[in-house]
Design a protein. Structure first.
Length: 310
C-alpha cells in the first residue's frame, strides 16, 4: 500500500487536462463515454482508497486492538501509513461518501419528478407544445420522455430549423444523456477534483446532439446557425424549466446564460472530429491503472489483516 493506494487519488489531478483534450479533440459520442467512465471510476476508486487508508489507521490504535484482539504493534511495523494520514483519509472518505449519497438522492428525486411530469404531459409523437411567447425548448426524461417547445420558439425558427431542434432534443432522450450527466456528477461529488470531467460531459452531450442533428439533416452549417439563432432569441432559463431538462443551449441556470454555445457553433462549422484512438487508449490505460492499483492496495490490506491476526 506504499504507493498503489495513492495512485487513484493522484490520477484525479489529470482531470482538467483530460477534460479539455477529450471534449475538444475527440468525437462527441466517444468523448462522452470516456469522460463519464473516467469521472465515475476515478471517483469510486478514490473513495475506496481513502477507506483503505482509514482502515490501516484503525489497526494502529491500541485501544481498538485490545477490543478486537489484534496486534497494533504488528500493524505499526508492517504498515507505512502514519496515523494522522489515516485519520485525515477517513475524514475525507466519510465526506466523499456523504456527498455521493446526497448527489445520488438529489438526482434520483429529480429524474423521478421529471419522469412523472413527462408522463402527465399530453403529447403527439413525444412532442409537447406550450403556449408561451418566451422562446424555449428542452427534453424531459421519462417513459416515454417528452420534447417541450414553446410557441415563441416555433415562431422564432423556420420549418427546417424546427426539424433540427427536434432532432437535437430527441437525441437527448434516445441516447439517455441524463444518465451520463448523473454518473459524472456522482463521481465529481465524491471527488471535487473531477468536476472538470462532469462539466465537460454537459458540453459533450450537447455536441453529441448537435452532430446527430447534422447527420439527420445533412447540413452542418444550418445546424450551427440554428444553435446560434436559438441562443440569440432565448432568455436565461425560466423557473418553469425542470432541473432535469436538457435543452439545445445546454444545462442553463438563471445566471449562466446560454453556456458554451460559441464553441459548439465553431465545432459545427469545422470538419467533424474523429474518434482519436490515442486519447481513447490513454483514457483506458489511466482507468486500468487506477483499478489495478486499487486491487493491489486491497490485496496488501488483506495481508496486513492476516499479519495482525484478524
Amino acid at each position: 500500500m506504499r504507493i498503489a493506494v495513492y495512485l487513484p487519488l493522484l490520477l484525479s489531478l489529470l482531470a482538467p487536462l483530460g477534460a479539455r483534450l477529450l471534449s475538444e479533440r475527440c468525437e462527441p459520442r466517444l468523448a462522452t463515454w470516456l469522460l463519464t467512465a473516467s469521472a465515475f471510476v476515478l471517483g469510486t476508486a478514490g473513495t475506496i482508497s481513502l477507506g483503505l487508508l482509514a482502515v490501516t489507521g484503525l489497526l494502529r490504535i491500541r485501544e481498538l486492538a485490545v477490543l478486537g484482539h489484534w496486534s497494533a504493534g504488528t500493524a505499526q511495523r508492517d504498515d507505512p501509513t502514519q496515523l494522522p494520514v489515516a485519520l485525515i483519509a477517513g475524514l475525507l472518505g466519510g465526506v466523499a461518501v456523504l456527498m455521493a449519497v446526497r448527489m445520488f438522492w438529489r438526482r434520483a428525486r429529480t429524474l423521478a419528478a421529471a419522469a412523472l411530469e413527462a408522463a402527465c404531459m399530453p403529447a403527439q409523437d413525444g412532442l409537447v407544445v406550450i403556449d408561451d411567447e418566451a422562446p424555449d425548448a428542452f427534453a424531459i426524461p421519462g417513459r416515454p420522455g417528452r420534447v417541450v417547445i414553446s410557441t415563441g420558439m416555433l415562431r422564432a425558427l423556420d420549418r427546417t430549423e424546427h426539424d433540427i431542434l427536434l432532432a437535437h432534443e430527441r437525441t437527448h432522450l434516445t441516447a439517455h444523456h441524463y444518465a451520463f450527466v448523473a454518473l459524472a456528477q456522482l463521481g465529481a461529488a465524491a471527488n471535487p477534483l473531477l468536476r472538470p470531467l462532469a462539466t465537460a460531459v454537459t458540453y459533450t452531450i450537447e455536441r453529441w446532439a448537435d452532430e446527430s442533428a447534422a447527420t439527420a439533416t445533412g447540413d452542418r452549417t444550418r445546424v450551427a446557425r440554428t444553435v446560434g439563432k436559438a441562443a440569440l432569441v432565448t432568455r436565461p432559463a425560466a423557473a418553469r424549466t425542470p432541473s432535469a431538462a436538457l435543452g439545445i443551449l445546454g444545462r442553463r441556470t438563471s445566471s449562466a446564460g446560454v453556456g458554451p454555445v460559441p464553441r459548439r457553433v465553431a465545432a459545427l462549422l469545422a470538419p467533424p472530429l474523429r474518434l482519436h484512438p490515442f486519447l481513447a487508449a490513454a483514457t483506458a490505460v489511466t482507468l486500468a491503472a487506477a483499478t489495478l492499483s486499487l486491487a493491489e492496495a486491497a490485496h496488501d490490506l488483506h495481508h496486513l489483516l492476516e499479519a495482525v491476526g484478524i
